[in-house]
Design a protein around this ligand. Structure first.
Ligand SMILES: Cc1ncc(COP(=O)(O)O)c(C=O)c1O
Length: 455
């Protein structure tokens, strides 16, 4: 049997595959599509046969005239291990190589399910997609370079000129720009509904309506949409329900279980959770994802394999991070509710939230975003930001560090004042993306900034 340590060196250096050494077993961490050639192939297969390697279903085992295995490829992961235990290597190449002309022909003809070119698919992005599908309960997915490319590609793939969208009025600023500025270029119009007035939504449906779109909780108003009610309406009228689940993550909320057809994420936020990479993903119904895939493989918004690798690792800590984020956010919201300098605090799980009963029905916990309205409006808002010492001032959210923002002058500045007020973004609104620091430090920084901001 090959020496596992030697194996580890060879594999890492010549094949670019990560090998981990467990206490009793050698665990090769590979991925469907990984190929092993040369001397390493028979050595690994020997380990597999001796059951010291916990992968696998092998595909493409070729042998030479003496019956010695020369090449094999991993076809599937061992379901007993499950993808969440695996850290695959970063599969960086743009194009993946083929054994012969027939394999190449069959792959392009989609007779054979394998990676061809990283604009279409890649082992690292596939791992990330599989993990999000498992968490969201989705059939399939496609991973994107950013949340906005996931949002845009979903609309572009599923809609035709002349189609109509019904969207919640309160959506992320760039999504709003897509509806108001860009989709109309292709004769796709959007009508908005108020989250509080779901009973009136049906009256907005037109013969050409194709999609109902919403975020919940919304950015930055933290409004909550009743997912079950929305999906009843979508199903009754055979419309596609698309939900941006960015603020909740699949750890706190799984919209597909409440009837959504497609779920979108900006993975740049809580999924990465450490402000390192950008990414996005759309998961859901297999036929709809197929349309999104075909559009995307031709237009090129795919997630980079390196970012997919980072995001896959991030998912391994998602539950731990989210529990701490939520603990901190709850404590901060309770502290702010009693603060004299503050007019109004919003957090989905506070009893004072108008939709707390729906939030508790469809979310596990309240998330990491808290918003509040400063007494004194825009002037004390600016002073407050300038007095912050420990927290970061940044346009991001969902980072391990607490981030304080002023939506009216940043993320939603492109909206008219009227549109901003219609979604609850007042001049004095502050959004806190509560991080993983010690809660006492977060409260102390925000408290001192509030005290020093009293005009
Ligand atoms: C709810 C929501 N959706 C989509 C996006 C866009 O994501 P990205 O910045 O990754 O393009 C954001 C960004 O903040 C967001 O908050």
């Amino acid at each position: 049997m090959a020496d596992p340590h030697r194996l580890c060196e060879i594999v890492e250096s010549s094949q670019g595959v990560l090998v981990g050494l467990g206490p009793v077993d050698v665990v090769i961490i590979g991925f469907p599509g990984n190929k092993f050639t040369g001397q390493i192939a028979p050595a690994i297969l020997e380990l597999v046969e001796n059951r010291t390697i916990r992968i696998i279903d092998l595909l493409f085992v070729s042998k030479d005239s003496d019956g010695v295995v020369t090449t094999f490829e991993i076809a599937d992961l061992d379901p007993e291990i499950g993808p969440s235990f695996l850290a695959v290597e970063v599969s960086q190449p743009g194009a993946l190589d083929f054994d012969d002309a027939e394999e190449m022909r069959a792959s392009f003809a989609e007779e054979k399910d394998r990676n061809i070119y990283s604009r279409f698919s890649n082992p690292s992005t596939s791992e990330f997609i599989q993990k999000i599908c498992a968490l969201e309960g989705a059939e399939d997915g496609f991973a994107f370079a950013s949340g906005m490319s996931a949002v845009f590609s979903t609309f572009a793939a599923l809609l035709s000129s002349g189609d109509h969208i019904i969207s919640a009025r309160a959506v992320f600023g760039s999504t709003h720009s897509l509806f108001s500025k860009y989709l109309p270029k292709w004769n796709i119009e959007t009508t908005y509904f108020q989250i509080d007035e779901l009973d009136e939504l049906e009256s907005l449906i037109q013969p050409n309506t194709k999609i109902i779109y919403a975020e919940t909780p919304t950015n930055p108003g933290l409004d909550i949409v009743d997912l079950e009610r929305l999906s009843e309406i979508a199903k009754k009228h055979q419309l596609i329900l698309v939900i941006d689940n960015c603020f909740a993550t699949p750890y706190l909320q799984t919209p597909i279980q409440h009837g959504a057809d497609i779920v979108i994420h900006s993975a740049t936020k809580l999924i990465d959770g450490q402000g390192r990479v950008m990414g996005g993903i759309a998961v859901g119904n297999k036929e709809l994802i197929r349309e999104i895939y075909l559009f995307s493989r031709n237009t090129g918004p795919a997630l980079s394999p390196f970012n997919a690798w980072v995001l896959s690792k991030s998912l391994e800590t998602l539950s731990v991070r989210l529990e701490r984020h939520c603990d901190n956010a709850e404590k901060l919201a309770q502290f702010l509710e009693k603060h004299a300098a503050i007019h109004r605090v919003t957090y989905p799980f506070l009893d004072s939230h108008p939709k707390v009963h729906i939030a508790k029905k469809q979310m596990k916990r309240g998330g990491n975003i808290v918003t509040f309205e400063l007494k004194g409006g825009i002037a004390s808002g600016t002073q407050f930001l300038d007095n912050i010492q420990m927290c970061s001032l940044s346009a991001n959210l969902g980072d391990s560090r607490t981030i304080v923002t002023h939506p009216a002058s940043t993320t939603h500045s492109k909206l008219s004042e009227e549109d901003r007020l219609a979604v609850g973004i007042t001049d004095g609104l502050i959004r806190v993306s509560v991080g993983l620091e010690h809660i006492d430090d977060i409260i102390q920084d925000i408290d001192q900034a509030l005290t020093n901001s009293k005009a």
